[in-house]
Design a protein. Sequence first.
Length: 145
Amino acid sequence: MVGSFVKDIMKTPVLSIDSSMTVKDAAKMMEDVKVGSIVVTENSIVLGILTERDFVRKIVAQEKSFSTKVKDIMSSPLIVISPDETVWELASLMKTRRIHRVPVVDKGRLVGIASTADLTRLCSIGSDSEMSRLCEQILLRMKSS
């Protein structure tokens, strides 16, 4: 069924920034594209992620300068998922790791990003019985653990 795998719900392309750039650069890029996170890379290797939550907790709350390098405040190590994993695995990973966005990596290459909003969107695509069953399974997996 379409929508059962991460590759079916992930968003592409993914906004990324080099680790040497500043948090001000990251904030500007995120605002320009209207996204809540940016993946941090170095020499095309994915290192971490910077989210709106990181801005609140690691920059504003700690009164860090906007010239702080993104590599100094990014969330790392990065938790990723394969595009061929199921949405159930994605939901379980998000629940156990308490995260809302998961970069999708295939053969070491960043190919997308999946979020709780993508799972919610999947659950709201209609009311047929197969979709209802899928959403019930996702919710059960997120409740357990």
